[in-house]
Ligand binder design. Structure first.
Ligand code: FAD
Length: 486
């Protein structure tokens, strides 16, 4: 029987495990470094954490949830959803918690992966397991990143990253510096601003911000979703259609892009009356180049008297606070880093070695790329979920993960049916695919400014170009000639 080891226990790992289990593959194990499943929805517990894609779409297509309390569910509810899906389908018992994968090495003789885990109880500090197929589901946003600012460690007050929220910290009456104003900051700043004496937001660049069409579902909606599941499928379909159009707005010079920009600018004018603050919050780059954000509460929070937006760069963190490039030292009680994640160095926290001793880190030194974002030459039997160029500027990642899982299931089915031991994408197929992706990305909004979708080499490594349907089509039927089967 072909054994499959999946690293992670977020939506990606679940999508693959559920798909393979349904297809009758039973030798499955999931390795999770933490003590609970859920991925980013276990870790990001900051106040106001929630999805920015409506929940009927940001959920598994085969597991609609009539119990969502609102259109854009909050973290706790999404985490509960993940746990309940894993329980319902018998995935939870397959998860080995406290298993941090540190290395994986391809053995050409046995055609298996030897996977190493951190284990302080052994003399070597590691233990090993062997599997036929290795699936990475470590996500793109699972490693919080602190900024490389002088003195970050010298601050004497409370400080933490938004993905590692310190719930023992009480913001009431405190002066708090928030470093960053991106997707997470937009969600938690309104909560901090309610209780804190003062919030100083250090903004590197402003974001385009759209109104969030969020609302609680009434008892009527929930009853309807429950009794007539087609009604929730209809809502999902409407949202998906809308999001596909939204994604089209991320193409260069698209009319949808111009509409998106008008809406964002109208939202700013409506919610921020102070011309100085409005100027600070007006982006100077094409819409979509950085992630478009959604909130009805962020601008009003910034307009509060106890909130200040500083646009000078931070030059130093001191014992007492933060020094900006104008030379002002802002003394604060706490610093919250909303500085995002190590998203570009795909899989580099794991030492992965493929055929002929090839290191994945070396192969991807100038930025990661993979056939369909999933398969890498020189790395047989390695499947990657949410890999290079599968992130979205608009749309549900879960939709993408399901498409990837279906493709991986086909790969595994063919492997088993053909009595093969290995599947490896050919160099030619990967290169041809990559040329196409790179050409499309050159015309995308992301090509026009600095953003977290880019590797330091300049290559856009995170995002899929365009809407999600073309990805679903590209992955619908496995093309056997793209792979070497042995
Ligand atoms: C705050 C936040 C909000 C978001 N909102 C949205 C949204 O609204 N819509 C959307 O489409 N996407 C959103 N995303 C993107 C989100 O990352 C994906 O939607 C999705 O949850 C990714 O799932 P995943 O399983 O691929 O990765 P993750 O959820 O990151 O899970 C990876 C798992 O792998 C584990 N892991 C990592 N390394 C190892 C290792 N070496 N050994 C063992 N285990 C390991 C981690 O502990 C984690 O449990 C958001 C992300 C964040 C951070």
């Amino acid at each position: 029987m072909t054994s499959v080891g999946i690293i992670g226990s977020g939506f990606g790992a679940l999508a693959v495990a559920l798909e393979l289990k349904r297809a009758g593959h039973t030798d499955l194990r999931l390795w999770e470094r933490s003590d609970d499943l859920g991925g980013v929805w276990r870790d990001n517990t900051y106040p106001g954490a929630g999805c920015d894609v409506p929940s009927p779409l940001y959920s598994f297509s085969f597991e609609p949830n009539p119990h969502w309390t609102r259109r854009y569910a909050l973290q706790e509810e999404i985490h509960t959803y993940i746990r309940s899906v894993a329980d319902k389908h018998g995935i939870t018992p397959l998860v080995r918690f406290g298993s941090e994968v540190v290395a994986a090495t391809w053995d050409e003789h046995s055609s298996t992966w030897t996977v190493s885990f951190a284990d302080p109880s052994t003399s070597s500090g590691t233990r090993e397991e062997t599997v036929d197929i290795l699936v990475s589901a470590v996500g793109q946003l699972s490693r919080p990143r602190l900024p490389a600012i002088e003195g970050v460690d010298s601050f004497a007050g409370t400080s933490f990253h938004s993905a590692e929220w310190d719930h023992s910290f009480d913001p009431a009456g405190k002066t708090i510096a928030v470093v960053g104003s991106g997707a997470s900051a937009v969600q938690f700043i309104p909560h901090l601003a309610r209780d804190a004496a003062e919030v100083i937001v250090f903004q590197r660049s402003p974001n385009y911000l759209m109104p969030k069409p969020d609302k609680p579902y009434k008892a009527f909606h929930k009853a309807l979703f429950h009794k007539v599941p087609a009604s929730q499928r209809l809502e999902r379909g409407v949202i998906w259609t809308f999001m596909e159009q939204f994604a089209r707005g991320l193409d260069d010079e698209s009319r949808v892009g111009r509409v998106n920009k008008s809406v964002a600018m109208w939202h700013l004018r409506k919610q921020v009356k102070d011309p100085d603050l409005r100027a600070k919050l007006t982006p100077d780059y094409p819409i979509g180049c950085k992630r478009i954000l959604f909130s009805n509460e962020f601008y009003p929070a910034l307009a509060q008297d106890n909130v200040d937006v500083v646009t000078y760069a931070i030059t130093k963190v001191t014992r007492k606070g933060v020094v900006d490039s104008a030379g002002t030292e802002h003394e604060v009680d706490a610093i919250v880093y909303a500085t995002g994640f190590d998203s570009q160095d795909f899989l580099q926290s794991i030492d992965i070695t493929g055929t002929h001793g090839q290191k994945l880190a070396t192969q991807w030194a100038d930025g990661a790329h993979a056939y369909l974002g999933m398969y890498v030459p020189n790395f047989p039997n390695l499947f990657v979920t949410y890999g290079p160029n599968t992130n979205l500027g608009g749309g549900s990642i879960i939709y993408m993960l399901e498409a990837q899982a279906r493709h991986m299931r086909q790969a595994l089915d063919r492997l088993v049916a053909g009595d093969y031991e290995t599947i490896e994408v050919t160099q030619e197929a990967e290169e041809a695919y990559d040329r196409d992706v790179v050409a499309k990305l050159e015309h995308s909004a992301w090509a026009h400014c600095d953003n977290w979708y880019r590797h330091r080499s300049g290559r856009i490594t995170s995002n899929w170009p365009g809407a999600t349907l073309p990805f679903a089509k590209a992955t619908k039927v496995l093309e056997p000639s793209a792979f070497r089967w042995a």
